[in-house]
Design a protein around this ligand. Structure first.
Ligand code: HEC
Ligand code: HEC
Length: 416
């Protein structure tokens, strides 16, 4: 058995050794994409990519969280939201990237100068406390992997090619009780989601911060606009510290929640009902913390790392072009007719909740007819800067990542 420099088991090598010891002849070669993973991480990876675990078979976690799209994507759907295993069901939401998700703290209320605000959690409404709690859910969502019951899933895993490895990790009797097996499945997947391939910190941005690369003039201008509180003010929520040598100080989110008033996406089937609204923190998939209706319409601030790989943007996938999403920030209030049919703003919120939309913070603190905080050239610069956040520019700098510096969450979620 080998141990790599970090003291971790090289699980695949162990497996090959075990097979050889059983008289299996030639040791199986370690699949290149499993080298360096621990046994539980290998299991998580195999589960994550196992398309036999849906009903009907054909969909895995990776169908929607495609590694070629920075672990996001919508399973080929162009409606802006994800397509289910049944081949026709469209969900309510655009698939977020699973990258850097492990940095989200558990959902909770955090004290700020302006009172407690919600922070953290998995899903766009934070309703799962941890990666483990999250990973157990898509298997059973009717518009996702569509298993009718826990046992329907765990029987398939018990018959999978990696079932023996699973028993080695979790105990010979792990499959006796479906709920025990499900916990082990979710824990394995979460372990895989905590590996470096979900947080390589290998973008141009990271390499510039480490002094190993340089921005172009346009990218540098975009970064300055991104940080400037009077211009983009983007870092107020998409937190970044380009002066830090710790790449985890630039997760491009503080995991808080905000209400942007994103236009309604008519391609979402549920939206055919004019009385239906996806209100994020206050439902339909959870109840508002403390029953606070000021939170209705707020969604989690997404990381902007790898945003250039997104097939759709915002919780409802309304935008398909990154430039449009950035231009929306600049001109939502100065030129609402550009974004909302008939020029009536905030058409994806019931009128009672229009006051929840953030209208007090730059860049969205303008009035119709005023000049936007960002002009067209400045929008182009920010888009160029966002292009530097795509991983794979250079070597992984994950070894330099420390827990992010403790900082106060951005002050506003919904307007109060
Ligand atoms: C049919 C597409 C689809 C499949 C299959 C799918 N997901 Fe997702 N995933 C989504 C969508 C959509 C969301 C956001 C849902 C919401 O906010 O309510 C999401 C959210 C997540 C998140 C939270 C990310 C964040 O920033 O909050 C993680 C992690 C995740 N999925 C992992 C998984 C895992 C693990 C599997 C397999 C067990 C899986 N997903 C299967 C579409 C999918
Ligand atoms: C006050 C907080 C706040 C500020 C300031 C802010 N954002 Fe956001 N951003 C959010 C939230 C919240 C969302 C998700 C909204 C939703 O889905 O309804 C978001 C979503 C996005 C998305 C879509 C990402 C995806 O994966 O779907 C992009 C792109 C983006 N922001 C870029 C920017 C840029 C560029 C700026 C500065 C011009 C900026 N943001 C300023 C809170 C903020």
């Amino acid at each position: 058995m080998r141990i790599d420099p970090d003291g971790r088991w090289i699980a695949a090598a162990m497996l090959a050794g075990a097979l050889a010891a059983c008289g299996g002849g030639e040791p199986e070669p370690v699949p290149a994409d499993e080298a360096g993973l621990t046994r539980v991480e290998v299991l998580g990876k195999r589960l994550f990519f196992d398309a036999s675990l849906s009903v009907p078979p054909g969909q895995s976690c990776a169908s929607c969280h495609d590694p070629a799209l920075a672990f996001s994507g919508n399973n080929g759907a162009t409606a802006g939201v994800a397509l289910g295993a049944d081949g026709h069901s469209l969900g309510l939401r655009n698939t977020p990237t699973a990258m850097y998700a492990r940095f989200a703290p558990a959902f909770g209320m955090e004290d700020t100068d302006e009172g407690p605000i919600p922070v953290g959690g998995q899903f766009l409404d934070g309703r799962a406390a941890s990666l483990e709690a999250q990973a157990a859910q898509p298997f059973f969502a009717p518009d996702e992997m569509n298993n009718p019951a826990v046992a329907a899933l765990t029987t398939k895993v018990a018959a999978a090619s990696y079932a023996d490895l699973f028993r080695d990790e979790w105990g010979a009797r792990v499959f006796d009780d479906p709920d025990t097996a499900l916990k082990a499945i979710a824990a394995s997947i979460a372990a895989f989601e905590r590996t470096e391939r979900f947080a390589p910190f290998s973008s141009k941005y990271d390499h510039v911060a480490a002094g190993r690369a340089q921005f172009t003039a346009l990218e540098r201008q975009g970064l300055d606009l991104f940080l400037d509180p009077e211009k983009g003010n983007c870092a107020a929520c998409h937190v970044a510290d380009p002066t830090s040598r710790n790449p985890a100080d630039s997760l491009f989110t503080d995991f808080t929640y905000d209400n942007l008033g994103v236009p309604r996406n008519a391609r979402i089937p549920a939206n055919a009902d004019p009385a239906f609204f996806d209100l994020g923190l206050c439902g339909p998939k959870r109840a508002a913390p403390g029953g606070d209706e000021a939170l209705c319409g707020a969604f989690k601030v997404p990381t902007l790392r790898n945003v250039g790989k997104r097939v759709a943007l915002m919780h409802n996938g309304f935008f398909t072009q990154l430039r449009d999403a950035v231009a929306f920030y600049a001109t939502r209030d100065t030129d609402p007719a550009r974004w909302y049919p008939g020029g009536v703003p905030f058409d994806d919120l019931p009128p009672a909740y229009h006051a929840n939309v953030n209208r007090s913070e730059a860049p969205y603190d303008r009035k119709p007819g005023e000049s936007p905080r960002l002009d067209d050239a400045e929008i182009d610069a920010i888009v160029a800067f966002l292009g530097t956040l795509t991983d794979g520019y250079g070597a992984s700098l994950a070894a330099q990542a420390q827990p992010p510096a403790r900082r106060q969450a951005a002050k506003t979620t919904a307007a109060r």
